[in-house]
Design a protein around this ligand. Structure first.
Ligand code: HEC
Length: 136
């Protein structure tokens, strides 16, 4: 009887610690930064984009029940639908524009240091955002 209580306690402690660890860093930290693999630059850029940018520029629902994530919401407001609010749907972006915003930030968007996103990684993100797509 006593043993089973101890076992249950131990299990609860391990489960609690695990739940704490997996929630501590938030969803952002839980994703591993994509390592250089035999991915095409566009595919690698997509993974880096999901890691660094999609938290704000994705299609998801924002905090506190807001309809959109902050980047998507801000670009919807800025362009009023004349350009897609989702960065990934834009066809007007050029690498210089992407670099300018990523290295300098704007409003709530932080700037990213080369120790976070290297020039080579930024080039991959730009390659993803400017990938050739069929004309609509
Ligand atoms: C913390 C949220 C956040 C993150 C993370 C973020 N952004 Fe942004 N980004 C924004 C917001 C908000 C704006 C719009 C600011 C404004 O003009 O009011 C923006 C604007 C931009 C713009 C300018 C688009 C335009 O037409 O004005 C680009 C390009 C951009 N972000 C790219 C990126 C990339 C690439 C990443 C990842 C490396 C990234 N952002 C990460 C929030 C974010």
């Amino acid at each position: 009887m006593r043993v089973s209580i101890l076992v249950a306690l131990a299990a609860a402690t391990v489960l609690g610690a695990f739940t704490y660890m997996s929630s501590a860093g938030g969803a952002h930290k839980a994703l591993a930064k994509p390592s250089p693999r035999a991915l095409s630059q566009v595919e690698r850029g997509r993974e880096l984009y999901i890691y660094w940018c999609a938290t704000c520029h994705g299609a998801g629902v924002g905090a506190e029940g807001r309809a959109q994530l902050p980047g998507t919401a801000a670009l919807q407001e800025k362009y009023q639908g004349n350009l897609p609010a989702l960065l990934e749907e834009r066809t007007d972006l050029i690498p210089e524009t992407v670099s300018l915003f990523v290295r300098n930030g704007i409003s709530v968007m932080p700037f990213f240091r080369k120790t976070e996103i290297s020039d080579e990684e930024l080039a991959a993100i730009s390659a993803y955002l400017t990938r050739p797509r069929p004309k609509r």
